[in-house]
Design a protein. Sequence first.
Length: 94
Amino acid sequence: MFARKIRVEYEGRGGRIPCPLKWLDSFSMRNFTNATVFDDTLPSGDGAMEIGTHVPLEQLREAMQDWFRRKGYLAKDAALIVAEAAGGTESKNR
């Protein structure tokens, strides 16, 4: 549906783990940011999303990480990784 496919993973248990679809749905269904730039996001499976061309990866990662932590999904010391599925730009926070 959207032009870009991304992977959304977190670091845990010694490696990268795809974020469950439940987490991605929770973020995409909740308009907590009032930022219309995130309207063009569509979860497509565990650790997978399709996004529009105008969605900035770093801003998306920051907003998702904040939401996942507030929901209790992501531990405070866990890093969220958002990257283009085709090997493009990666955004990571520690």
